[in-house]
Structures are given as structure tokens and as C-alpha cells.
Ligand binder design. Structure first.
Ligand code: SAM
Length: 487
């Protein structure tokens, strides 16, 4: 398995298309089948949708054939993601022939991108709902019940779903995502997210703290604060980030930035492990790194996508930082928090990328030696600035070859990083059984590296000190020493 398959498998592909189920409510009579694709944010959104529909008389089912309502939460980030969903819709169409009463709804980024065009292109779809319109689902479902198609793709200035308690679906009971921002203002030229998820807004810190406290009360031991660009978090009473300039002096004086939010969450639950994703280099400030170093319960791991190592390509991508500024940030992270693991997202074959630009990407990787990576060939997305202004001129073969070189180098660096853990004793939070062996637990260390070790008498949710004896390029293999002091 190459690194791309491997890393995507760990973090994304094993989840793709997951059918989400929750506890059954006796009085609910209708059956909902919900499938999710794409980023963690989408999986988190499906938990909000399930919560809203539980109040509308729906219990979830994993049996597509018996569903009254089928919802597919979609991703538009690359063309392949959209093709996967279209294939699934063909399958739903076949089932609809057996169960003509079944209704099909498309949620998420593809719904937002294609809007009512979806109803024309995919005749079997009854309902199209964008990421900011989930509270309208009860009305939209009434429309389709009465035989009309229903669409709501209005993007919002202030919707954060802070007042909807997500239902944890197919949860391991140990780790959970907590959404803190929605949308993105970065306008990277390759990226469809600002068009499908709207402008950036932050969630009320009080509602974040309530959710974290509630999760701790229910036995969860680790949370990941989630957003497209978490370091840009800014609460000043609600509203878009871009309107902060218009806030009152009082609102500005009492505003909460990401470093402050991290501090508040870390103090509220000192034994809860805290992670966050995704960090955008241009928005990550020293006070965030210092806050990480200050609190033992904030994990030593930063997902810091760079996309390219070439200054010319970074500019064409509108990434708003240079290679040199990125190195400065990496140096600061290593200085303030030497134990910190760093991962990347990388795109090969962005329009106009030359062999020299590609070599810059490889040399940037040599400098950082990332612990993990998520690597992709450029996929032109309709409506983005790159699609409008730049020809997709790097041949598919070249994109593929460069991607493979990036993957090979990442695999080498992954092994270099995992080898640094061998011989050490590290705290691991047990998430569940190892996929490869029923006799072993699987968990993660602070750096987010997967650790497997013999079960002995330890249980899911325990913090265990594990002696690391061996490694592959992505996994640490060890044996338990004792419970850690965090239990
Ligand atoms: N907000 C994060 C950021 O700005 O770094 C992550 C956004 S996206 C959900 C995850 C990754 O998908 C990106 O970091 C990028 O590497 C990749 N991606 C986004 N658009 C792409 C495109 N058009 N073609 C290929 N990969 C893409």
C-alpha cells in the first residue's frame, strides 16, 4: 500500500460512506438511512442532521432497502468525490424501484455547488439541502411528503448549529469532534470550500465549553476542535469574521481568539485530551503554539497543510505566505514545542507547476520531515479562481508521477519520525481493538501516531503508558507498562 492510500485509509477512506446509526426512540416510526462522504466536518454535520431528524420522528437504519428517507452528505473537494456520490445515487435509484415510497435527499457541499441543477441532473433526487440549511429540514421533508421537490441552499451569516446537541453516531465513546467554526474566508484558488460552505463564522465559546463538559460527563476522553481554519477562530458576539472591523469597542475588548479558546477548553477539562484541525499557516500565531506548550492536555500535534513548496505556486494558490515564512513557523513550533508532530496536505500538478516548482516541494518536505501527509493530484473545481483563470495544463501522467515522488518521500519521513519513538514510554489513549489482531488494543499517542499493544487487562478509554518496541512508517508497536497518571 502506498502512503497516500495508507494515510487516507487511516483518516478518511475507512469512514467514507459510513452509515450512521443512533439509539432508537420507541415513538419514532419513520426510518432514516444517512451516508457521509468527505471531511471530518461532514461527518460532524451528519450528527447534527440526525439530531434534528430524531425530533421529527425518524430512527436511523443501516438497511437501505427499508428506509423511508435516504440522505447522502456529499463532498465536492475533488472530482473523484463527486463521482463516488453519483455512483451511489445510481444504487439508490435501483432500490427506489423496489421501494417507490423512498425519498432521496442530497446534503452538503455538492448540494450547495449544484443547487437545483441536481434535481434535473439526477432525476431520483427529491431534496437538495446546503450545509447551512439543516434546521429547515422539517419543512423540506414536509414538502417532499406532499409530493413536491424541495431545495434550500441559502448560505448563512451566523448559523453555527451551536444550539443543536449533536447525536454521537457510531461513536467509540472515547473520541469526538466538536465543531468551532464554519465556512472559510481564505479563497485558496484551487478550493471549492468558500463557495460550498460560505463565509467564515465562529461558534459561541460558551456552547463549545458546554459540549466539551457534556462529552467529559459521558465518558469521552479526547476531543478535536474542528474547522476549515481553526486558528482564525474569533468570537465577538456572533456574525462573520470579515465583519469584525464593524464590531463595537466592547465587543472587540471581550472577543475570544483561538489561543484563548484553547486555553478555556484546556482549563475546563484538564484531563480531556484536546486536538484541533485544520491549521492554516498564515493564521497560526505564536500564542497558539505557546498555549499548546502551556497545557499538558493539549496534544503535541499540528496539521499544517502547505500544498506546495514553491513560492511562485503558493502565490498562484493565494496561500498568503511564502516558503520562508512557513519555515519560520516550523522553526518556532520546534523551538517552543520540540515534541510536536506536524502533518501536511500537498497538491501535485497545480496549473503551471514546473519540474523546478516540484523540486521545491520535495526540498520543503526534506526540511520539515513531516510525520504524516495527505497528498493529492490537482483536480480542477468549477467556479474556483484557478478554474476560471488558469489552464489545467500539467498532464495527468506528470501529476501522477510527481504525486508518487511526494508519497515516496513522505513514507521515508514517516518512518524516520516513527523510529524516533522506539525505546520511549508514551501515553496512549485506547480507542478500540486493533484491526489486525483481536488480542491487541489500538490507540494514539499525543503526536496522533497509531500505537498497537497487547490488551492485558486494560480497557477502551484507559490512558496507558506504553513502551514502544518497534515501528512501521505509520504505526508504533509496543507493550503496556502501567496506567498513566491521567486516569
Ligand atoms: N482548510 C484546509 C486548508 O486550507 O488547508 C483544508 C481544506 S480541504 C478540505 C483538504 C485538502 O484537500 C486541502 O488541504 C488540499 O490539499 C486538498 N484539496 C483542496 N482542493 C483541491 C483540489 N482542487 N484538487 C486537489 N486537492 C485539493
Amino acid at each position: 500500500m502506498n502512503e497516500k492510500e495508507h494515510s487516507e485509509k487511516i483518516i478518511q477512506e475507512e469512514l467514507q460512506g459510513n452509515t450512521l446509526t443512533l439509539e432508537q426512540i420507541q415513538s419514532n416510526t419513520r426510518k432514516l438511512y444517512i451516508e457521509s462522504y468527505g471531511c471530518q466536518m461532514n461527518f460532524s454535520d451528519s450528527e447534527i442532521v440526525a439530531s434534528i431528524l430524531a425530533k421529527e420522528g425518524f430512527n436511523t437504519t443501516t438497511q437501505l432497502e427499508e428506509a423511508d428517507l435516504v440522505l447522502v452528505n456529499t463532498c465536492s473537494i475533488r472530482e473523484k468525490a463527486e463521482l463516488t456520490v453519483r455512483k451511489r445515487l445510481e444504487k439508490f435509484n435501483a432500490v427506489k424501484k423496489i421501494n417507490p415510497g423512498m425519498k432521496v435527499g442530497v446534503l452538503g457541499c455538492m448540494a450547495e455547488r449544484l443547487k437545483s441543477k441536481f434535481l434535473e441532473e439526477e432525476k431520483i433526487v427529491d431534496m437538495v439541502v446546503g450545509p447551512d440549511a439543516y434546521k429547515d429540514l422539517p419543512n423540506l421533508i414536509q414538502e417532499i411528503d406532499e409530493g413536491r421537490n424541495a431545495v434550500n441552499v441559502i448560505l448563512s451569516k451566523d448559523e453555527t448549529y451551536g444550539d443543536v446537541a449533536p447525536v454521537r453516531l457510531n461513536s467509540n465513546g472515547v473520541t469526538a469532534f466538536v465543531s468551532i467554526t464554519r465556512g472559510c474566508d481564505n479563497m485558496c484558488t484551487f478550493c471549492v470550500v468558500p463557495f460550498t460552505r460560505g463565509r467564515e463564522r465562529s461558534r459561541d465559546p460558551q456552547s463549545i465549553l458546554e459540549e466539551v463538559n457534556d462529552l467529559w460527563g459521558r465518558g469521552f476522553k479526547e476531543i478535536t476542535l474542528l474547522g476549515q481554519n481553526v486558528d482564525s477562530y474569533l468570537w465577538y458576539g456572533g456574525g462573520l469574521k470579515k465583519d469584525f472591523d464593524k464590531a463595537t469597542d466592547m465587543q472587540k475588548a471581550t472577543s475570544v481568539n483561538f489561543a484563548k479558546l484553547l486555553d478555556m477548553v484546556a482549563l475546563a477539562q484538564p484531563k480531556m485530551r484536546i486536538r484541533f484541525s485544520t491549521s492554516n499557516p498564515q493564521d497560526m500565531t505564536l500564542d497558539v503554539i505557546e498555549t499548546m506548550a502551556k497545557h499538558e492536555n493539549i496534544c503535541n500535534y499540528i496539521h499544517l497543510p502547505v500544498q506546495s513548496g514553491s513560492n511562485r505556486i503558493l502565490k498562484a494558490m493565494n496561500r498568503l505566505h511564502t516558503r520562508e515564512e512557513y519555515f519560520e513557523l516550523i522553526d518556532n513550533i520546534r523551538k517552543i514545542n520540540p515534541e510536536c508532530a506536524i502533518s501536511q496536505d500537498m497538491i501535485s500538478g497545480f496549473p503551471t507547476e514546473t519540474e523546478e516548482d516540484h523540486q521545491d516541494t520535495l526540498s520543503l518536505m526534506e526540511y520539515v520531515k513531516y510525520d504524516f501527509g495527505f497528498m493529492f493530484a490537482y483536480s480542477e473545481r468549477p467556479g474556483t479562481l484557478a478554474a476560471r483563470k488558469l489552464e489545467d495544463d500539467v498532464p495527468a501522467e506528470t501529476k501522477k508521477r510527481r504525486l508518487q515522488e511526494i508519497i515516496n518521500l513522505q513514507q521515508k519521513h514517516g518512518l524516520f519520525r516513527t523510529q524516533q519513538h522506539v525505546g520511549k514510554v508514551e501515553e496512549v489513549l485506547i480507542e478500540g481493538p486493533s484491526k489486525k489482531s483481536d488480542a491487541h488494543w489500538m490507540g494514539r499517542n499525543s503526536q496522533n501516531t497509531v500505537v498497537v499493544f497487547p490488551k492485558e487487562n486494560y480497557q477502551v478509554g484507559d490512558f496507558v503508558n506504553v513502551k514502544i518496541n518497534d515501528c512501521t512508517s505509520a504505526t508504533l508497536i509496543g507493550e503496556a507498562v502501567e496506567y498513566s497518571k491521567n486516569n
